[in-house]
Design a protein around this ligand. Structure first.
Ligand SMILES: [Zn+2]
Length: 204
């Protein structure tokens, strides 16, 4: 990302339109006219985003390995994971809901976390992974599907739709899903695309 590609920003105090300056880590950019803070680069944003993402990935595995609902299937009481629940929904003529749950609670968040790790981990080590720009673009495309609200909605829809044939197991999986939500929110808040690209460009 060279200087020529720097996007324009408007000062929120005096509305002066200006090019975003490249910020050093922990630096602050001020408006050229009135001196108001334009942008602030938070120190270690990339390390923090990576730490939160790895934590979220770990909890995501727990959330999908341990059962989250109990079902009565032909007389037997069976506990199953969220993916198992999506399978049950699929078999019970709730194909659309099953697909929605699969995408919003599994495919989209997992893709997002893997893409973040793919970019952030090498960036923290001073390397640039192959196809970084393409992965970043893909991540931006999938972002609307891996937003917190969509994720929560997916889980709620699954639980509500299964209400007549299942009960929620308040165990490790449920708490882990809660943890994934908090950590992904923290990772998104810490993630600073400007800092990431400054590092990836330097690593080239
Ligand atoms: Zn200004």
């Amino acid at each position: 990302m060279g200087m020529a590609e720097q996007p324009l920003v408007a000062c929120h105090d005096c509305d002066l339109l200006q090019r975003e300056p490249l910020l050093p880590q922990g630096g602050v950019a001020r408006c050229r006219r009135c001196g108001a803070t334009l942008l602030r680069s938070h120190p270690q944003s990339t390390e923090r985003a990576l730490a939160f993402t790895l934590g979220a990935l770990f909890l995501f595995v727990l959330a999908n390995v341990f059962p989250i609902v109990g079902l009565k299937l032909s007389g037997d009481f069976v506990q199953t994971t969220l993916l198992g629940a999506a399978q049950v929904m699929y078999r019970n003529d709730m194909r659309l809901v099953a697909g929605l749950v699969l995408v919003t609670t599994f495919v989209a968040p997992l893709t997002q976390m893997l893409a973040m790790t793919y970019l952030l981990l090498p960036a923290c080590l001073g390397r640039r992974p192959p196809q970084a720009r393409r992965v970043f673009r893909g991540m931006t495309l999938i972002q609307p599907w891996s937003m917190l609200e969509v994720f929560v909605l997916g889980i709620l829809v699954a639980l509500v739709k299964l209400a007549h044939l299942a009960i929620v197991v308040p165990g490790i999986a449920l708490w882990s899903f809660g943890g994934v939500m908090l950590l992904m929110a923290a990772a998104t808040a810490a993630f600073d695309a400007r800092d990431l690209w400054t590092r990836l460009e330097a690593a080239r």
